[in-house]
Design a protein around this ligand. Structure first.
Ligand SMILES: Nc1ncnc2c1ncn2[C@@H]1O[C@H](COP(=O)(O)OP(=O)(O)OP(=O)(O)O)[C@@H](O)[C@H]1O
Ligand SMILES: [Mg+2]
Length: 465
């Protein structure tokens, strides 16, 4: 679509000259000789940019700019003004004009101003749509989870998002801690400002302080210029301190001060800076344990732990696995533009039986790999890595197929118990002590079950065979 420029000038000649010039440069040009007509044109057409004179009868340029913002907010304004009215030009900028050009002007001058204004508008639009995308991405529909513990987590996120309270997100590696931090930020009233992530574990200790708080020129060798820190960047927004457990004791003191007083000094400076930053911290280590071992300050722990959000490991919410699998399948189907079929039951059962030490990230990576590697979009049992095929031997309690005609609940459970006990004994070569350990049962309970179920004979037979 061609870019449309609206030229407003009561001097017919000057309006015509501009119109011809921009038409020749490939723009769509509309022209008006006064404000009311200009506003009518902007209502009826999409106008990207308006060049207006300031001094006009009926409606002056300033009023026109103001009105234009209501009628057509996406229109950028450029003001053309006689030399004597530079003050008015400044006023025009205040009511939203992007630039001004003084009369008499060279056409090249005004062409450049138009170019700059359009570039600026495009960047602004891209920025808005980027922010909208981000916001969409971190609404909750992108954190998949139906398990009661996840539902509870979503409710908590919703409730705490708009407060300024410090949040501590805990959970094993790959459980979605960063995702939760983003959801909080993009659902909070700080969403228009930055979310600044800092991985405390990835930045060397001696650099972390200047990274967080910034430094002034000459603060240390190599500090050739003053640089703002991440807290400054996050001002008005949120800072995400990932792997907070890795922070040194020395820095912990400084962080505590930011939390308590909202202030800090850049490295090498004695000038105190004040910021308004919401803190979300995350860790996959047990901070309470670290406090006991004196690796982490107790006072800081309590300051961070105002709102604890714990994300359970994937193996404790296996019922979410099919949801996640389908979520990632459709995601990668789109991203890689591949035809992918829904998973076969046995493949899904294997995924549900596996323990996922790397949690959701491991699952996501696996699905991505399988989508890329499959030739015909059909993922088969044989495509799964060995460790997943092995896990399938233990049927997942959450994935059962109920036969058409229904089943005998107690018998199925009983049979399942038998199978568990027998395989445990097989694995331990008949040693009941060890078998009980494997099953996390008391030895007496196991012995009792064997006796009650009359399994002794079966076992004797197996051992003999
Ligand atoms: N519930 C979920 N729904 C959808 N995607 C998820 C979910 N949980 C995690 N993911 C995805 O899994 C990946 C890992 O998540 P994230 O980086 O948030 O984990 P983390 O806990 O910060 O991991 P680490 O401790 O390794 O830093 C990301 O790609 C994320 O989008
Ligand atoms: Mg992370």
């Amino acid at each position: 679509m061609a870019t449309t420029i609206l030229v407003v000038d009561d001097e017919r000649e000057s309006a015509q000259m501009l119109s011809r010039f921009f038409e020749a440069s490939g723009y769509e040009v509309l022209s008006a000789s006064e404000g009311v007509e200009a506003l009518r044109l902007a209502k009826e057409n999409r106008v990207d940019l308006m060049i207006t004179d300031l001094k006009m009868p009926r409606m002056d340029g300033i009023t026109l700019l103001k009105e234009m913002q209501t009628v057509s907010p996406q229109t950028v304004g450029i003001v053309v003004t006689g030399f004597a009215t530079v003050d008015t030009a400044v006023e025009a900028m205040k009511v939203g004009a992007f630039d001004y050009v003084s009369k008499p002007f060279q056409l090249e001058e005004i062409r450049l101003a138009v170019q700059r204004a359009l570039d600026h508008r495009r960047l602004k639009e891209e920025n808005v749509s980027l922010k909208q995308q981000l916001r969409k991405k971190y609404r909750f529909e992108n954190i998949v989870g139906d398990h009661p513990k996840m539902q509870e987590l979503f409710r908590l996120i919703e409730r705490v998002a708009n407060s300024d309270s410090t949040v501590l997100v805990t959970g094993d590696s790959g459980t979605g801690k960063e995702l939760v931090a983003r959801a909080i930020h993009y659902n909070s009233n700080r969403r228009e400002k930055y979310l600044v992530p800092v991985n405390c574990g990835a930045i060397p200790e001696n650099l972390l302080e200047s990274e967080l708080f910034g430094y002034v020129k000459g603060a240390f060798t190599g500090a050739t210029a003053t640089r703002e820190g991440r807290f400054e960047t996050a001002n008005g927004g949120t800072i995400f301190l990932d792997e907070i457990g890795e922070m040194s004791m020395n820095l912990q003191v400084k962080l505590l001060r930011v939390i308590q007083e909202s202030e800090f000094e850049p490295v090498g400076s004695s000038k105190t800076r004040r910021v308004d930053v919401r803190i979300i911290a995350a860790t996959n280590i047990n901070l309470e344990q670290a406090v006991k071992e004196r690796q982490f300050r107790e006072d800081l722990f309590y300051r961070l732990n105002v709102i604890p959000l714990h994300i359970p490991p994937l193996r404790e919410r296996r019922s979410d696995i099919p949801l996640l699998v389908n979520h990632f399948l459709s995601h990668f189907r789109e991203e890689k533009n591949r035809d992918v079929q829904p998973l076969d039951d046995d493949v899904m059962a294997a995924l549900m039986a596996y323990d996922w030490p790397g949690n959701v990230r491991e699952l996501e990576n696996l699905i991505e790999r399988m989508v890329i590697l499959s030739d015909d979009g059909h993922i088969r049992m044989n495509d799964l890595p060995e460790k997943l095929r092995e896990a399938q031997g233990i049927p997942a309690p959450t994935h059962v197929v109920i036969p058409e005609g229904g089943l005998e609940f107690n018998k199925v459970i009983g049979d399942y118990e038998d199978r568990l006990i027998l395989s445990a004994l097989e694995r331990t070569k008949g040693n009941k002590n060890l078998a009980a350990k494997l099953l996390n049962l008391k030895r007496t309970t196991l012995v009792e079950k064997i006796k009650k179920k009359g399994l002794d004979e079966v076992i004797a037979e197996k051992m003999a065979g």
